[in-house]
Design a protein around this ligand. Structure first.
Ligand SMILES: [Zn+2]
Length: 612
């Protein structure tokens, strides 16, 4: 007998939830037996990649008397399995070979050590994170120079340790599926766009921001000398100094309350979801923040199944900058969680985070939310020191303007990656040599960034190697574009963003409710009435500091005239703040009780310096 929609919903949830629950406990260092997660993940992967499900869904679609809603949900499952399963035998063989090649590079890469010279001239081992922090923050030129050289050595290592074979094999794989090359294949899979559609957006943005980017490089070269725009100096020369001044106004212990109040005033709710937040660093815990959803929300026939979502950060409340970072996490991951709690379709395929849900679509939601805490009016209303004083205008001004002129360069540092990958994957195999590819990387950097060598040499970017991340980097730029397009839409429609109670509802209707049943572009079109475009982002990059501050001042003045509601900051969620297996605070009793318990726990555990 043919399967039904309910069968697919149930089967999927059983493998998904089991894997995600173990993912959380394992990554949080609570579950010590890593094999349990590995086993659940294998089970999950073999379920979603089994091509027989494609045939089963097609069978189910043949049933008579299917309602339009059921038909739409089955179409969703077809798109889901199509993103994970490969029907062509020859492509499946190539995919296996690809996985082997990729894992061989990763194993070798994990053993590779990178060295720079510390300020005393001693060889020091450093991860790529350490090297790039050195490039931005070390005031010792030799530290920066040797860090940059380490990245250039990494590029050559990549080129002589399997990357070129990987590129060739990826192209063969894409060609077996009927695409010209792997870049084209990924763009279609990730963004549901053709290569031409993608580049019409990217090229427009390139043309609009070129002058601003080059002007700022000239300015730096004039002010700080020609050597300041060399690869190892540029990030340091362009860096702003505003974080420290802001520090007293972002009190870690208040972050939870501020996040909830601000989201509630925006009209954001979680439709009864249960959220677990593990925010503090501790040994044995995974070192990167993330959000994931063990329980995707959906309507099970008529019964609403609220989402179950976890998110995490690695905060140490006593560190400088930790208060602002905590809020960024809460706004970013809380934005993801709001998205994945508000998908109101009738099957979990629409509300899970994996393809066909695109990274650009998901990041648009989180980055729109975290963009709000950089707004002058938001800062004025929410960021307060221990005496209840708001941030002085001068500090806001410095924060907004100190590295703004560098923004065009930074966005173009994302752009250079798809420009390079597109050209790399269309090279003839005979042109794929280490020297040829290195030269291509430098040419792209010169063309897009205007420098002889990027502070972050393209081939040292780890995304180029990973199966999921290769040829996907444009997603970050498309998300930035969408964020600014969304912001400018709301500014035009309502005049302001901070505490605007209509924003949550608009986002829910146009961006969140449809889940991945719409493409990223279709959601943008639905809200803004315009096609996805980099124009608003480019306009913001091109805004001079004086104009930027003028707009900011107007926002601050307008916000002072508005009155905002101060009801309970109930987000229609059951929220639990945990630290591994320990529960620190929760909304079980009341929201205000949770805030108090959170503050008390921080005071108790980080006594040293929570108030400064
Ligand atoms: Zn994110």
């Amino acid at each position: 007998m043919a399967k039904t929609l309910e069968d697919f919903n149930r089967e999927y949830l059983s493998v998904h939830t089991k894997k995600e629950n173990l993912f959380w406990t394992t990554y949080m260092g609570v579950e010590k037996d890593g094999n349990l997660f590995a086993k659940a993940e294998t089970e999950f992967k073999s379920y979603i990649s089994d091509p027989k499900h494609l045939a089963e869904v097609r069978d189910a679609q043949q049933a008579e008397d299917l309602s339009p809603e059921t038909r739409a949900a089955l179409k969703g499952w077809l798109a889901f399995f199509d993103s994970h399963a490969i029907e062509s035998e020859s492509a499946r063989t190539l995919q296996k070979e690809l996985i082997e090649l990729e894992s061989a590079i990763f194993q070798k890469r994990a053993k590779l050590q990178l060295f720079y010279k510390n300020k005393d001239g001693q060889d020091t081992q450093g991860s790529t994170n350490v090297l790039s922090t050195n490039l931005a923050a070390s005031d010792n030129e030799n530290v920066r120079k040797t860090s940059h050289e380490a990245l250039l050595r990494l590029e050559q290592w990549v080129l002589s340790n399997g990357f070129i074979e990987l590129v060739k094999k990826r192209n063969q794989f894409a060609q077996a599926l009927g695409y010209q090359n792997y870049f084209e294949y990924r763009v279609q899979k990730n963004e549901r766009m053709t290569r031409e559609e993608l580049f019409s957006i990217l090229n427009e943005f390139e043309a609009l921001t070129r002058e601003t980017c080059l002007k700022h490089l000239e300015h730096l070269a004039r002010e700080k000398g020609k050597h300041s725009i060399l690869g190892h100096n540029l990030k340091f020369a362009a860096a702003g100094d505003a974080e420290k001044q802001l520090n007293p106004y972002f009190r870690f212990e208040k972050s939870l309350e501020i996040w909830m109040r601000s989201f509630a005033r925006l009209g954001i709710g979680y439709r009864g979801a249960t959220l677990h937040l593990d925010l503090f660093d501790r040994p044995g815990k995974y070192e990167n923040g993330f959000m994931h959803g063990p329980g995707p929300c959906f309507y099970d026939k008529d019964r609403w199944q609220p989402a179950r979502i976890n998110f995490t950060s690695n905060a140490t409340p006593t560190q400088i900058g930790s208060g602002r970072k905590a809020l960024l996490t809460l706004f970013h991951e809380g934005g993801h969680a709001a998205h994945f709690s508000n998908i109101t379709k009738n099957a979990p395929c629409f509300s899970q985070e994996y393809p066909p849900t695109s990274m650009a679509y998901a990041e648009t939601q989180s980055m729109f939310c975290d963009s709000l805490i950089n707004d002058a009016d938001w800062l004025k209303l929410y960021a307060k020191d221990v005496h209840g004083q708001s941030v002085p205008d001068e500090v806001i001004r410095n924060f907004l303007t100190s590295d703004h002129p560098f923004m065009a360069f930074q966005e173009r540092s994302i752009l250079v990656v798809p420009v390079f990958e597109d050209r790399l994957y269309s090279l003839a195999e005979s042109e794929m040599t280490p020297a040829g590819i290195t030269a291509l990387a430098r040419r792209c950097e010169k063309e897009i960034l205007g420098v002889d060598c990027s502070p972050r040499p393209i081939l040292a970017i780890p995304h180029l190697l990973g199966a999921e991340s290769a040829c996907s980097y444009q997603g970050y730029l498309l998300a930035h574009m969408a964020v600014y397009q969304t912001r400018s839409h709301f500014e035009r429609k309502y005049g302001y963003l901070t505490d605007n109670p209509k924003i949550g509802a608009d986002l829910a209707t146009h961006y969140w409710n449809p889940g991945n049943s719409l493409s990223h572009r279709e959601t943008i079109q639905s809200l803004t009435g315009a096609t996805l475009s980099g124009r608003p982002l480019a306009e913001f990059c091109n805004l001079g500091n004086d104009a930027l501050w003028e707009k900011a001042k107007q926002k601050i003045e307008a916000a002072a005239r508005r009155t905002s509601s101060d009801e309970t900051a109930h987000l229609d969620a059951s929220i639990h703040i945990v630290h591994g297996a320990e529960e620190i605070a929760s909304t079980t009793e009341s929201v205000s009780r949770m805030w108090r318990n959170f503050e008390t726990w921080i005071e108790k555990n980080y006594k040293a310096d929570v108030t400064s």
